[in-house]
Design a protein around this ligand. Structure first.
Ligand SMILES: Cc1cc2nc3c(=O)[nH]c(=O)nc-3n(C[C@H](O)[C@H](O)[C@H](O)COP(=O)(O)OP(=O)(O)OC[C@H]3O[C@@H](n4cnc5c(N)ncnc54)[C@H](O)[C@@H]3O)c2cc1C
Length: 311
């Protein structure tokens, strides 16, 4: 194999983490190759408005923001392939990456495949996601000033989201399918004590109403099957995320929730040359700016790893 057959940095994922890694790797003259996957731009591609990305005092849409990320990385020579990687193998001193268009070899791989917010799997969700339905209270809470919102879920995230949303919403109703809550008792108690929080337990969301934005939901009692309609302006689905780790499972350690574990103060995984950034390794913050931050770290870590190989 000639040296030109070997990439130095392959980045898998084109959300804020992958594209920031690409920008830094490209500016370090590493000529990165990005596999964009089936969602070029990542999760923000369904976001109607982003108000909290630093440097943009005027809100812009998720697709607009991600197009700027892409252009900026491209300006310094990033190459893109709009396809999903099927397999990543670690050979003696490099990785073999298999995609529909063929195989690529690379000294380093940056895993930036993100996480997917679990959905309720209702037909109306497709139409109304980003138009009243959200998987991120931190991101979208401020759009619901003086509105009534539902929070679906019974874990810590649901309780934290509900409490956070009371800052904006006039009323927050927690909808949970069982009497039992997974949330820590202290979080549950805080939510129970809050005057703006109401409860519908044990209920599931059977349908979501509204043509162009959410206007209400049909709730079904988990035990009796009885249904009722409730008016609301927003629905926050807080039933967890699935980090997209299928490609890397055999090469990394995962925490109990399925996120890639990286070494402290680093994006290095247990496999030399494989780095992870963004939501796929972040069970806590899950923001565009934190994904971009760890994307920068991953590119710098890859750069230092490559330099050490040469010395
Ligand atoms: C509706 C919504 C609104 C949001 N609003 C905000 C907001 O206002 N502010 C904020 O800071 N955050 C917001 N977030 C959170 C933010 O979008 C995420 O934290 C961020 O996108 C994570 O970036 P990431 O690069 O780690 O992963 P993602 O954005 O999830 O990108 C993952 C990438 O990996 C690719 N991929 C996956 N599998 C493969 C494969 N096999 N081969 C190749 N590529 C693959 C996908 O195509 C995608 O490009 C929002 C999230 C949602 C869902």
């Amino acid at each position: 194999m000639t040296p030109t057959d070997m990439e130095r940095v392959v980045i898998i994922g084109s959300g804020p983490a992958g594209l920031t890694a690409a920008l830094y790797a490209a500016r370090a003259m590493l000529n990165p190759l990005v596999f964009e996957g089936t969602t070029p731009g990542g999760q923000l591609i369904v976001s109607y408005e982003v108000e909290n990305y630093p440097g943009f005092p005027t809100p812009l849409s998720g697709p607009e923001l991600m197009q700027l990320f892409r252009q900026q990385a491209e300006r310094f020579g990033t190459r893109y392939r709009t396809e999903a990687v099927e397999r990543v193998e670690h050979l003696a001193d490099h990785f073999l990456i298999t995609a529909p268009s063929g195989q690529v070899r690379s000294r380093t791989v940056i895993a930036a495949t993100g996480a997917v917010a679990r959905r309720l799997d209702l037909p109306a969700e497709k139409r109304l996601y980003g138009r009243g339905i959200s998987g991120c209270a931190t991101c979208d809470g401020a759009f619901f000033r003086n509105k009534h919102v539902l929070v679906v879920g019974g874990g810590n995230t649901a309780m934290e989201d509900a409490l956070f949303l009371t800052r904006f919403a006039s009323q927050v109703t927690i909808v949970h399918r069982r009497h039992y809550f997974r949330a820590a008792p202290v979080e549950l108690q805080k939510a129970r004590n809050h005057p703006k929080i109401a409860w519908r337990v044990p209920y599931v969301i059977a349908d979501i109403l509204g043509e162009t934005s959410v206007t209400g939901a049909v709730l079904r009692h988990s035990e009796t099957g009885a249904t009722e309609t409730i008016s609301c302006d927003g629905i926050f689905v807080a039933i967890g995320h699935d980090p997209q780790t299928a490609l890397f499972k055999h090469l990394v350690e995962l925490d109990p929730a399925g996120y890639i574990i990286t070494q402290p103060r680093s994006t290095a995984t247990r496999t030399p040359g494989l780095f992870a950034c963004g939501d796929v390794m972040d069970p806590v913050y899950k923001q565009a700016v934190t994904a971009a931050g760890t994307g920068c770290m991953a590119a710098l870590d890859a750069q230092h790893y490559l330099e050490a190989l040469q010395s």
